[in-house]
Design a protein around this ligand. Structure first.
Ligand code: ATP
Length: 305
């Protein structure tokens, strides 16, 4: 079925054979980790998400793309329990997640990265990592009264955090405030923190935003490495170079709906995708947002790996 990537050495090896039949919106996957049906979310009169059927392939890297306002972040929020849909059901690894709150979703192994907020910036890098650990025994009042139970766990959590930080080359920053990290280092910390809870599905919201080119390759390698370790990755991204380079599968949203799906090189050529990025503005003066969308579409069409 799928073949895994080896990071760093040339172009990543793409996982193939992920779908059953012709690639089209809602196409079945050979081994889906997420299956969503009839998920809708309305804000006022606006249907921000209107997904009839969507399957995300397991142990592959899927990019969720689409023009500004397409509903990508809203769908992310719904799937991770941070927002509630008007209608719909979805499963993660066979377990229904509709109505399950975000902290329980994370404990089940579906974890999303978070932007480093101001408050988290005031914690050290190590404390940020500790916050990412799940099932901390100290959280339970009874166990909190029995320090020998949680002290050992505290040590284990710290050792795990240091191990992951070393892999992400952040070990020299352990005691630094997270706010002092560069944009790229913050993204690395966000990903490192997500790994503290041993996820099976890692969801990344714009992992390349604000990342200095010097750290781009390192971030890409870490994402590819998640797949090599058996995890599934779903990410929202506007950087089409990245999408083409590392995604095995691309889901394109526009106006709340999934308008196309497929391997990166195929999906970019579909008329529905070109229409989605150009919108209805073909013959008009384009505003800033539309110009960005057109640029993104050009990258989709012409960029080489
Ligand atoms: N809390 C909210 N209240 C009202 N409208 C919202 C809210 N969240 C999102 N929307 C609207 O829903 C639509 C989808 O927004 P969403 O942020 O999900 O799109 P997106 O594809 O992630 O866009 P971008 O790429 O610009 O981040 C947009 O029209 C947005 O203005």
């Amino acid at each position: 079925m799928s073949s895994n990537a080896t990071p760093s050495k040339g172009a990543p090896v793409k996982s193939t054979g992920l779908h059953v039949g012709e690639p089209a919106p809602g196409v079945a996957k050979v081994d889906p980790i997420i299956v969503a049906d009839n998920v809708t979310r309305t804000f006022g009169g606006l249907k921000a998400v209107d997904v009839a059927h969507l399957e995300i392939p397991r142990n592959a890297i899927t990019a969720l793309i689409g023009p500004n306002g397409a509903g990508k972040t809203t769908l992310f929020n719904l799937l991770t329990g941070f927002d509630k849909p008007d209608t719909g059901t979805w499963t993660f690894a066979g377990t229904s997640l509709a109505g399950v709150p975000s902290f329980k979703v994370a404990r089940l192994g579906q974890v999303r990265t978070f932007q480093l907020t101001k408050a988290l910036g005031l914690l050290t890098v190590l404390d940020n990592m500790k916050l990412g650990a799940k099932n901390q025994k100290g959280e339970n009042l009874f166990r909190a009264l029995l320090p020998f139970l949680w002290r050992k766990q505290e040590e284990e959590i710290e050792a795990k955090a240091l191990d992951i930080l070393q892999r992400f080359k952040l070990d020299a920053k352990v005691e630094d405030y997270a706010a002092s990290l560069s944009g790229g280092q913050r993204k690395l910390l966000e990903m490192a923190r997500a790994l503290m809870s041993d996820p099976t599905l890692v969801m990344l919201d714009e992992p390349m935003a604000g990342v200095n080119p010097a750290l781009t390759q390192s971030l890409l390698d870490h994402i590819l490495d998640l797949k090599t370790q058996g995890m599934t990755v779903l990410f929202v991204e506007h950087d089409m170079h990245m999408v083409r380079h590392i995604a095995d599968w691309v889901v394109v949203m526009a106006e709340g709906r999934v308008v196309a799906e497929g391997p990166p090189h195929d999906v970019m050529k579909q008329q529905a995708v070109i229409d989605a990025y150009l919108g209805s503005h073909h013959d008009q003066d384009l505003g800033a947002t539309e110009s960005e969308n057109v640029e993104a579409m050009k990258e989709l069409l012409h960029d080489e790996d």
